[in-house]
Design a protein around this ligand. Structure first.
Ligand code: 13P
Ligand code: SF4
Length: 360
């Protein structure tokens, strides 16, 4: 058995250990702690290999909600680990590198969202799961890249919807649901917008927003028979050219059906697909599509995190309860969550009263 006392003291020291030793430590410590490793599809291949569950944001949140592990080590970015803590408050949630944030999530704060809400009294807020727990707490429902259209379609067609923080996913959702669209930067007079408009925060993901048509054209000219799949965080002009627009895990299903595929998303997903389908031609739309934040997690930091129980995600309980409500509503729509019992509803309502947030 590997004892924690024998462990090197800093993550830097762990990086001097051989990968095989790190994997051995990770597996042993996981058993000792009854821990589970949840890894996002954009993780480095060596992290993907030791993950107990590898998936997209929706799959990971469903997994976090149902796991019976005592400890969740989240290899992804901050909002994902927070989501795990929101859904599994009794569990210890760890992040191997606390700096792994999502710049898109940081576009909108709870304060700025409250200001937007004040301009649209009664308009429901859909927050993309790539947002902080504070922002989720200010929202009516969450969505992920795999269910944004379904979530928006659950509201009456003439009801104005506020959508934060990704303008590209919001625009795609508006087009798919036949709703008018505008961003907060284009907003002049809130009282003059058409009924049913999706008003989107002007945020974006630097990895997907930087995918460009020239790169797609170059990939297409080399592989004219390849199908094209692009993540909905990309710009509209790219999405218009795609055969499929979908989340990272749905891309795995699509790759199973085609021999040649051009893939418009972060590099880690392509690494995963190449490992799963070595016989297929899987082409990254852009060689530059790398999320530096996702790549902050390493095997060494993961081993260190399990040995030292760091960095633990801690949330304010009032915020957690309100964020959970928005996440549960999404999970109900996605079929991955049971309806809360009357007792749980009462706890949520008490949580709302206690923090006096003023939400519905
Ligand atoms: P998915 O939910 O599709 O995995 O996307 C998460 C993400 O951060 C995309 O940039
Ligand atoms: Fe955030 Fe984009 Fe990285 Fe996804 S790829 S975690 S949206 S910065």
């Amino acid at each position: 058995m590997i004892r924690v006392l024998d462990a090197p003291t800093s993550a830097l020291e762990y990086s001097r250990l051989a990968p095989a030793e790190l994997v051995e430590r990770i597996e042993a410590r996981k058993r000792e702690l009854n821990a589970v490793i949840l890894g996002h599809n954009y993780q480095r291949v060596e992290i993907q290999a030791v993950s107990d569950f590898l998936g997209d944001s929706l799959g990971l949140s469903q997994e976090a909600a149902k796991t019976d592990a005592d400890v969740i080590v989240f290899c992804g970015v901050h909002f994902m680990a927070e989501t795990a803590k929101v859904l599994s408050p009794e569990k210890t949630v760890l992040m191997p590198d606390a700096r792994a944030g999502c710049p898109m999530a940081d576009f909108v704060t709870a304060d700025s969202l409250r200001l937007l809400k004040a301009n649209f009294p009664g308009a429901p807020v859909i927050s993309y799961v790539n947002s902080t727990a504070e922002v989720k707490a200010e929202s009516d429902i969450c969505c992920t890249s795999s269910n944004a259209v379904e979530v928006a379609a659950s509201f009456p067609v003439d009801q104005t919807l506020l959508f934060v923080p990704d303008r590209n996913l919001a625009r795609y959702t508006a087009e798919k649901t036949g709703r008018p669209f505008l961003t907060t930067s284009e907003l002049m007079d809130p009282s003059a917008i058409a009924p049913g408009t999706i008003v989107a925060w002007d945020g974006y993901c630097y990895v997907h927003d930087d995918l460009v048509l020239d790169e797609l054209a170059a990939a297409r000219s080399r592989y004219p028979n390849a199908k094209v799949v692009i993540h909905p965080e990309a710009r509209r002009e790219l999405l218009e050219q795609a055969d499929y627009v979908t989340s990272t895990s749905a891309m795995v299903q699509i790759a199973g059906k085609h021999d040649e595929l051009i893939i418009g998303t972060e590099r880690g997903l392509i690494d995963r697909l190449r490992a799963e389908f070595p016989e297929k031609t899987l082409i990254p739309l852009s060689g530059a599509a790398i999320c530096g934040n996702m790549k902050l997690n390493t095997l060494a930091k993961l081993a260190w995190s399990l040995d030292t129980m760091k960095h633990e995600v801690v949330l304010d309980e009032g915020i957690r309860l309100r964020a959970e409500r928005a996440l549960r509503r999404m999970l109900e729509i996605a079929g991955g969550w049971r309806a809360p019992t009357a007792e749980e509803e009462a706890i949520e309502t008490d949580g709302l009263r206690a923090t006096d947030c003023g939400c519905a």
